[in-house]
Design a protein around this ligand. Structure first.
Ligand code: CAO
Length: 439
């Protein structure tokens, strides 16, 4: 064992360069080429790699210090053969990374010819010859932090830096990942008001009149998080349509007594579920989810339909399973059981999982049209509004027809606009003529 005094190696034409990160502490075990420090000049950032492997026994440099070639920075107790084979003086700085504001101006080549400069694409894209930190449009981060962020899939433009001059350090990336995992909006992006989501202004409403603050219920808090996630992640398109359910409703009324004998009450919703499943079979992209990397579509060969149920505690979405295999009475029974369970707060996780497509029916209440939010990772959702008797031109005269407005919101990454309107047209045709469902 010997103790190696680590000094700043040849860093090219730079002199008196800022230490912006000390990446090791006393007691840390490092391997050859592990980064020890990050330096930043006005033209580049560079990491100082360890020339030996061993244990850091002393750190004599701090963030904010200025160093030049040959400056002593720390001691490493060298382990094994490394002691003999790698004198500190031969260490080379890691590839320099241009600081964003100077990307257009190449950094002078260090005498020791480090590996070619590889600024990350993000750095180039954000490079601007202005104070980008103030604009929140770009960021400073060392190569190791960039590599760390890349490894975790964190978008550095959404992370705010707490280091010197707003520099993003590893703990900022960790805090960002934590906030994403907890489902909260990336507070750092909001705080800078930059490329992230601008924060809603905080206002003391009591200055305008009396107020009362009530905590949101548990279900509202949970569903709010899911709705927000979908709203932020899914590029929504909502297609509006309507269908003529005159015959369907007559059939429903004709079957009322029989249904009652079966112990169920028929509402338009169960017919809609059957029509939707037939249309999902015709258009499998709607009965699907995108893969997490967004590069593939996972088409499901089962047909489970989530039904949004309004409960005193908030919105829940139990799932009616295997709708394609069930008849109208069985579906009505399932729906009644699930909505009773939902309103009694007795739904199990199994009752709420496995959905492929969701229907949100406000038809029993009113309204003309609305834009439901996709229940991600599903890719589409239907919103049903209240059917009304309307005069419809049949080519010769106006006829009174029971018309039901509906909408379908879909994830535009999975479904194209033309397919979206084909889907709603198909659902409309099936509901206008239920006989087509048995073809
Ligand atoms: N047009 C006209 N009448 C309709 C209709 C429509 N589209 N849909 C239902 N109705 C009628 C029913 O036929 C019933 O009338 P009758 O008693 O005369 O037959 C009445 O409205 C009440 O129906 P319902 O709401 O009890 O039953 P449903 O099967 O239509 O819906 C359920 C069941 C659980 C989906 C519903 O009760 C519910 O909770 N809806 C709210 C969902 C919600 O909040 N979505 C919003 C999500 S986004 O925040």
């Amino acid at each position: 064992m010997s103790v190696e005094q680590i000094k700043i190696p040849d860093i090219g034409d730079f002199d008196s360069v800022d230490v912006i990160e000390v990446l090791v502490s006393e007691g840390d075990v490092v391997a050859v080429d592990d980064s020890l420090l990050t330096l930043e000049s006005d033209k580049a950032t560079m990491e100082i790699p360890s020339p030996v492997s061993g244990k850091v026994t002393k750190v004599s440099v701090s963030v904010g210090d200025k160093v030049s070639e040959g400056a002593y920075v720390l001691d490493i107790e060298v382990s094994g053969e490394a002691a003999a084979s790698a004198p500190a003086a031969e260490s080379k700085p890691a590839p320099a990374e241009k600081a964003p504001e100077k990307v257009a101006e190449p950094a002078p080549a260090p005498k020791t010819e480090p590996a070619p400069v590889q600024p990350s694409p993000v750095a180039i894209a954000n490079a601007k010859p202005v104070n980008t930190q103030e604009m929140g449009a770009a960021y400073h981060a060392s190569p190791s932090v960039r590599a760390f962020a890349r490894k975790l899939g964190a978008e550095l433009s959404q992370v705010s830096g707490s280091g010197p001059k707003g520099r993003i350090i590893q703990t900022d990336v960790e805090a960002f990942i934590k906030s994403v995992m907890q489902g909260s909006a990336p507070a750092s992006a909001g705080a800078t008001g930059g490329a992230g989501i601008p924060p809603v202004p905080v206002i003391d409403f009591s200055q305008f009149g009396e107020t009362e603050t009530e905590e949101l219920g548990r279900i509202k808090k949970i569903s709010g998080k899911f709705l927000h996630t979908s709203w932020l992640n899914v590029p929504h398109v909502t297609q509006f349509d309507e269908c003529d359910i005159t015959e369907m409703d007559q059939f429903r009324k004709d079957m009322k007594a029989t249904a009652e004998k079966q112990g169920v009450k028929l509402t338009p919703l169960v017919f809609v579920m059957k029509a939707v499943v037939k249309a999902l079979q015709d258009y499998p992209s709607f009965n699907a989810s995108l893969s997490p990397d967004g590069q593939s579509i996972i088409k499901k060969k089962y047909y489970n339909i989530g039904i949004a149920v309004d409960t005193p505690n908030g919105l829940v979405v139990p799932v009616v399973k295997d709708v394609d295999k069930k008849g109208i009475y069985e579906l009505s029974r399932d729906l009644m059981e699930l909505s009773v369970k939902a309103r009694d707060g007795k739904l199990s996780p199994a009752d709420m999982s496995g959905g492929c497509f969701t229907i949100s029916s406000l038809g029993g209440i009113g309204g003309t049209q609305f834009t439901p939010i996709v229940n991600a990772p599903e890719v589409a959702i239907m919103g049903l509004s209240k059917a009304k008797m309307q005069p419809v031109w049949n080519g010769k005269e106006f006829e009174p027809r029971l018309m039901m407005p509906f909408s379908v919101s879909y994830d535009h990454r999975a479904v194209d606009g033309a397919e979206g309107v084909r889907f709603t047209t198909t659902v409309s045709q099936y509901l206008s003529d239920l006989r087509q469902l048995i073809l």
